[in-house]
Design a protein around this ligand. Structure first.
Ligand SMILES: Cc1cc2nc3c(=O)[nH]c(=O)nc-3n(C[C@H](O)[C@H](O)[C@H](O)COP(=O)(O)OP(=O)(O)OC[C@H]3O[C@@H](n4cnc5c(N)ncnc54)[C@H](O)[C@@H]3O)c2cc1C
Length: 356
């Protein structure tokens, strides 16, 4: 019997395991393999940028990123392209550019040795029994069952645990993200591109340089039209100097955007949700790594006084993070309403001149 079973070895799950692994018997279950090089096929679909909030959390944790997790170039500017309003602006912002798979592998490598990590396995179901929770998972075609006092769903957007156990509660707005990787060609630039066009999506699209490659990504309404819209985005970006050529690979992933704090679900009784499974992600920028860190820390702090009643303490510890979601939603109209965005960008407020 474990004290805690964590499903999901992304930033939320591995951070929680790192923070509580010395005090509790912890089992961490993860679908991906942390030992094999997953290459392009097993890539976590992510932009791999650590924004200032994620950097602040790394500072609070007192951990520094090893250099084999970094990818060049490091980025200091956002090029904002508003296609419909025909305006472009640059803004200063510092991102750490990482290899997301290497980052996740590194975060798991620093959990305490007492944590049992089983990768390459798939969580299937759970059952709240008298006094404990039973968790079923499979690996290499075999089924296993383990018991714990607390189950933590850190299984990301479209969390299976959230759908199974809290599917009746309001959920965040669902997007399908498509990312294609291209050879960068001569014109690749040292900025993070944020692209707004409400014909394509009511959220946004992005470009991110990665070594000799460039990612084009977009958060789109799920459905059969998503790929067509992605193609349309690519062709519209030609007028802005992008010529992507043939994609090297394409990935897709769900993203759950919380449009109100009522869509965040931290769990109850013997099941806690952290990170994107709970709905913790910025509704304005889709930045989620700092939220994964912060919700994991909130749960780790709640566990300092033991597992009993930890959910009440966790809920209390999440108040600031939920307020943050509320504030980010208040900021959204200035970014996602075409007229307000036009006003903001036209004013040039906070923008910088780029001298090339
Ligand atoms: C296209 C895209 C680009 C993004 N770019 C950025 C960015 O640049 N910067 C940023 O800060 N955020 C970004 N985000 C958001 C960020 O990726 C997430 O918010 C963050 O990864 C959430 O961390 P997490 O640990 O909660 O979940 P995840 O990182 O999704 O981890 C969940 C883990 O659970 C595992 N899992 C899922 N189901 C099971 C199962 N049944 N059994 C076992 N394991 C399971 C998965 O394999 C995964 O490893 C992006 C998101 C998308 C979709």
């Amino acid at each position: 019997m474990y004290d805690i079973i964590i499903v999901g070895g992304g930033p939320a799950g591995s951070t929680l395991a790192r923070l509580v692994g010395d005090r509790f018997r912890v089992l961490l279950l993860e679908k991906r393999s942390f030992t094999e090089d997953m290459g392009f096929i097993g890539q976590k679909c992510c932009g791999g940028l650590l924004d200032p909030d994620a950097q602040r959390m790394l500072a609070r944790f007192g951990i520094g990123i090893p250099k084999d997790v970094l990818m060049s170039p490091q980025l200091f500017a956002v090029r904002t392209i508003d296609i419909k309003n025909r305006i472009e602006r640059y803004y200063q912002r510092h991102y750490i550019n990482i290899d997301r798979n290497a980052f996740d592998r590194w975060l798991v490598s620093i959990v305490p040795p007492g944590v049992t990590v089983i990768d390459g396995c798939i969580y299937r179901s759970c059952e709240d029994k008298d006094g404990y929770i039973s968790v079923r998972f499979s690996q290499d075609g075999r089924e296993y069952e383990e018991k714990a006092k607390l189950l933590v769903g850190a299984d990301g957007a479209f969390s299976g645990i959230r759908r199974q156990c809290f599917g009746h509660l309001p959920s965040p707005k669902l997007y399908i993200c498509i990312q294609e990787w291209y050879r960068a060609g001569g014109g690749s630039r040292n900025y993070y591109g944020a692209i707004f066009d409400d014909d394509i999506t009511d959220f946004y699209s992005w470009t991110i340089p990665k070594e000799d490659r460039i990612i084009l990504g977009s958060a789109l309404a799920p459905g059969s039209d998503a790929l067509r819209k992605f193609g349309e985005l690519k062709s519209r970006l030609r007028d802005h100097g992008f010529d992507f050529g043939a994609p090297m690979t394409r990935h897709g992933a769900y993203l759950c955007r919380p449009l109100s704090t009522g869509q965040v679900c931290e769990g109850s009784r013997r099941i806690a949700l952290v990170g994107e499974a709970a709905g913790f992600i910025s509704p304005s920028s889709a930045e989620g790594i700092s939220y994964a860190f912060r919700s994991a820390l909130a749960l780790a702090r709640a566990l300092e006084d033991g597992i009993d009643d930890c959910m009440a303490r966790y809920r209390k510890n999440l108040q600031t993070l939920k307020r943050n979601i509320l504030l980010k939603n208040l900021k959204c109209p200035a970014m996602y309403n075409r007229s307000l965005r036009k006003l903001a960008m036209r004013s040039g407020l906070l923008s910088i001149d780029v001298v090339e």
